[in-house]
Write a protein that binds this ligand. Structure first.
Ligand code: G3H
Ligand code: 13P
Ligand code: ZN
Length: 358
């Protein structure tokens, strides 16, 4: 099946009480890991490309990989989406490159400017044949996204950053967006919350009342699972040639950890948002990065441990090899992406829904 826009996916997701996973892609292993997961779980998928990913990988390489995924998995509905497009021109470029959905993120501008930008993208995208879907954003999320840093007091004073339901209705009517990313207590990146967050379900309910039928999008929806942060910290490479560095950390009372502890959005709250509310697209990037990075660190750490054990035993015979063949660590990393995405598809209730959305 050719690439699809998000129209039917969202209709089915709202009716069926599930959400479509929108996963950020940056390279071949991430795309392959996601596709293996959605194929084995029979789930529809949105592959989303940030401005940074577009520049890092060169969009022509990414598009060639996605075209290959379409050919390899003809039964899986796949949408290609521009994540956090920041200008009308960028969104237009993405449409010309064959994306089937674009996000224009005017949330850091004034309300009027946000409407103006979104309307311009919607007019252009909706005039395409086939129709290109448009996501907009209203309200402020915490954390870091692209180069934009969320407010310092986000966690303490979250109410003031949440999407205003009346404004959402006015915005939807004026901009003609197809879906709206709303601020309902989520946050971008790996360092989201110091204490367990609670999604603002009452606010989602109010938005659903003022905007009946509008598909809602949840950005910043990684859960930062503790076991993966622990894994990164366990296998993180400490420069053993600089024990003074570790001693200095210890003296200052700082535990040596690559990743400070932080809480993400609990998975049971995400499931509730998908099942009981109009949340039909859930954006996940950080958890994929965590799974992938933890896996690579584990492979390297295990290699180092083998060499260390060999040295401790007197260094006799052949030294255990250190893996510098990228396939030896990117292969397991791809599997880690697959496992993380499969886990998320169950959280979103998207497993088994591919047929429904085709
Ligand atoms: O919300 C932003 C996404 O996680 C993309 O991140 O701009 O580093 O690719 P990126
Ligand atoms: P996370 O950083 O929580 O994975 O959110 C990703 C996102 O919102 C991409 O747009
Ligand atoms: Zn986002």
């Amino acid at each position: 099946m050719p690439l699809v826009n998000t129209k039917k996916m969202f209709e089915k997701a709202i009716d069926g009480g599930f959400a479509i996973g929108a996963f950020n892609v940056n390279n071949m292993e991430i795309i392959q890991g996601i596709m293996e997961a959605v194929a084995s779980e029979k789930a529809p998928v949105i592959l989303q490309i940030s401005k940074g990913a577009r520049e890092y990988a060169n969009i022509r390489y990414l598009k060639a990989l996605i075209d290959t995924a379409v050919a390899e998995y003809p039964d899986i509905p796949i949408a290609v989406h521009c994540d956090h497009g920041d200008t009308v021109d960028l969104c237009k470029e993405c449409v010309s490159d064959g994306y089937t959905s674009v996000m224009i993120d005017g949330s850091h501008h004034s309300f009027d400017e946000n409407v103006r930008l979104t309307k311009a993208v919607a007019e252009f995208s909706h005039a395409q044949d086939p129709y290109v879907s448009v996501e907009a954003e209203l309200g402020q999320l915490g954390g870091i996204e692209e180069d934009v840093v969320g407010a310092d007091d986000y966690e303490e004073n979250i109410e003031k950053y949440l999407t205003d339901p009346e404004q959402a209705a006015e915005f939807w009517k004026a901009s003609k967006c197809d879906s709206l990313a709303v601020a309902i207590g989520t946050s971008h990146g790996a360092f989201k919350f110091k204490k367990e967050p609670k999604l603002a379900f009452n606010r989602i309910e109010q938005i659903m009342k003022t905007c009946p039928g509008l598909p809602l999008v949840m950005h910043g929806s990684s859960s930062v699972p503790k076991e993966f942060v622990d894994k990164v910290n366990t296998f993180a490479v400490i420069d053993n040639s600089k024990p003074e560095l570790i001693a200095a950390f210890a003296k200052a009372g700082v535990n040596w950890e690559q990743m400070p502890k932080s809480m993400g959005v609990p998975e049971d709250q995400i499931s509730k948002a998908c099942q009981q509310y109009a949340v039909c697209k859930v954006n996940i990037d950080t958890d994929i990065r965590l799974g992938l990075t933890a896996s690579i660190l584990e492979v390297w750490a295990n290699d180092n441990i083998k060499v260390f054990e060999w040295l401790k035993a007197g260094g006799k015979g052949t030294q255990p090899a250190f893996n510098f063949d990228p396939r030896k660590y990117l292969g397991p990393a791809r599997k880690a992406v697959k496992e993380m995405v499969a886990r998320k598809l169950h959280v979103l209730g998207a497993a088994g829904k591919a047929g429904l959305c085709s």
